[in-house]
Design a protein around this ligand. Structure first.
Ligand code: IDP
Ligand code: MG
Length: 134
């Protein structure tokens, strides 16, 4: 069993896509074991996207992710990290295959509907960052 962290980003929440996004993980056979609405603080955003700090779009990215309410979930199952990344699709909506979340619901960066952890180690850090120690 593996755990991963998923966030429906502000435009996904604003567009009413929380249920649509989470349903895809459930339909796949994965389990949602934690769920919360919240706001990402600037401090959390800068930490969460630290790997992109040198990119020219970093400021815009932090502004975007802190711009409105988000939905956060822990999703569990065998190889949950890789299954969820497959369901989410490529980072750039232009490259995300139809049938994936980003391929079906997004058109341009940085607005790609959903975040999902890229490794079990990132998942553990992100779950602690957004849900706290459990
Ligand atoms: P990921 O979300 O698929 O893991 P990362 O490379 O970790 O992709 O990037 C984090 C987020 O930063 C992306 O989901 C997207 O919202 C934003 N982003 C990534 N690359 C670009 C870019 O070239 N321009 C604008 N935003 C970007
Ligand atoms: Mg990433």
């Amino acid at each position: 069993m593996e755990r991963t962290f998923v966030m429906v980003k502000p435009e996904g929440v604003a567009r009413g896509l929380i249920g649509e996004v989470l349903a895809r993980f459930e339909r796949k056979g994965l389990k949602i074991t934690r769920l919360a609405m919240g706001r990402v603080t600037t401090e959390q955003a800068e930490e969460h996207y630290a790997h992109l700090r040198e990119k020219p779009f970093f400021g815009e990215l932090v502004e975007y992710i802190t711009s409105g309410p988000v939905a956060m979930a822990v999703v569990e199952g065998p190889d949950a990290v890789r299954h969820v990344r497959n369901l989410v699709g490529a980072t750039n909506p232009l490259e995300a295959a139809p049938g994936t979340i980003r391929g079906d619901f997004a058109v341009e960066l940085p607005y790609n509907i959903v975040h999902a952890s890229d490794s079990p180690e990132s998942a553990a850090a992100e779950i602690e960052r957004f849900f706290g120690r459990s």
